[in-house]
Design a protein around this ligand. Structure first.
Ligand code: SAM
Ligand code: SF4
Length: 328
């Protein structure tokens, strides 16, 4: 079992996109009310006085769309400057990144993951649920700005959906050749909207690798990340290709992370609907932080028992929360 030292912090459950696989249009979401969101101060208290003493050193800010969160730059600064923070990263859809990339970099952020499911503006708008003026160009400019500002590694996340963007796998993989960009293909997980894409909504990573290998060749990379991706490289490419294959190859035994939702629930696993700790209520009722550490240590012990095969679907037998609500 790996050391559990990585906390993903969801800053907000709202989003300015409606990706079909995450927050599909027409689905009603009960958003967390503003006063239920953890404040910046509460997040920093948890990081500094609860998680760091438990050995956590890696933090990722996510959502929903974290760039929508007021006070994001200050929060980045507060976490980045803690001496124990070895790694701080952000996951975003990049729509608002053009203006925020430099302030975030100045605040100490160095690593960024950006979702980009298509290079074709029409397909992009279809996937992200956009009907007005295309949002692709502004997203692309956000990515370019992040590159120019110096974010490294810059990772691009692609969820490959049959019939939507599967014909673009080679075009997206090609982005890793000339720039030091790391493209990561993620198998769709039937979370939140299990019926959305029918029985088999993902394409096995092995099949994607096969396509890429046929065109350029593919070798295992010695650049490895913190997470569950299997990392490869097109020979001679500057960047890498990662494959996150939670559907075709269970990697729960390698998982080193826990997740904190925007309203302060700590969950040991993406798939776990029970066994969570309500850290917001604990903080607001002045529970002793040492007591919280004890509760969290016990929760971490539970983690290895939960995996995709023996998943806990909660009391009503359904995954009611989407990635945007849990914090992807
Ligand atoms: N809004 C930001 C973004 O899209 O990058 C951050 C939050 S989003 C929930 C984080 C990641 O989760 C994205 O890369 C997205 O593609 C991925 N994601 C969302 N729903 C998913 C699903 N059902 N299966 C696999 N990945 C999913
Ligand atoms: Fe928003 Fe990210 Fe979910 Fe897309 S994947 S709807 S950008 S939270």
């Amino acid at each position: 079992m790996p050391k559990i030292d990585y906390l993903r912090i969801s800053l907000i459950d709202k989003c300015n996109f409606r990706c079909q696989y995450c927050m599909p249009e027409g689905t009603k979401f009960d958003y967390v009310l503003n006063h239920e969101l953890l404040t910046n101060q509460e997040i920093v208290t948890l990081v500094r006085q609860v998680f760091i003493p438990l050995g956590f050193t890696k933090f990722r800010l996510t959502g929903g769309e974290p760039l929508l969160r007021p006070g994001l730059v200050d929060l980045v600064k507060d976490i980045a400057q803690l001496p124990e923070t070895e790694d701080l990263a952000l996951t975003t859809n990049a729509f608002l990144l053009k203006d925020l990339a430099q302030p975030l970099y100045n605040a100490g952020l160095r690593r960024i993951n950006i979702s980009l499911d298509s290079l074709n503006p029409k397909t992009f708008d279809r996937i992200t649920g956009n009907h007005g003026r295309s949002r692709w160009q502004q997203t692309w400019e956000g990515i370019q700005t992040a590159h120019q500002v110096g974010f490294n590694p810059l990772k691009l996340n692609v969820v490959v959906i049959p019939g939507l963007n599967d014909t673009e796998v080679l075009d997206l993989a090609e982005l890793s050749i000339k720039r030091q960009w790391h493209v990561r293909f993620i198998e769709f997980m039937p979370i939140g909207n299990p019926e959305l894409f029918g029985d088999k909504a993902w394409i096995d990573s092995a099949e994607l690798r096969h396509q890429i290998r046929r065109k350029w060749g593919l070798m295992e990379s010695n650049i490895k990340g913190n997470g569950p991706a299997d990392v490869f490289q097109i020979p001679g490419a500057q960047g890498t290709l990662g494959f996150i294959s939670q559907m075709s190859e269970c990697f729960c035994d390698r998982c080193n992370r826990v997740r904190l939702s925007a309203d302060g629930w700590l969950r040991p696993c993406l798939l776990n609907e029970t066994g969570q700790i309500d850290l917001k209520t604990a903080l607001r009722s002045s529970v002793d932080l040492a007591e919280l550490q004890t509760q969290i240590s016990q929760l971490l012990l539970l983690k290895p028992e939960i995996n995709f095969k023996e998943r806990d679907s909660g009391t009503d037998g359904k995954y009611t929360r989407t990635m945007s609500q849990i914090g992807g």
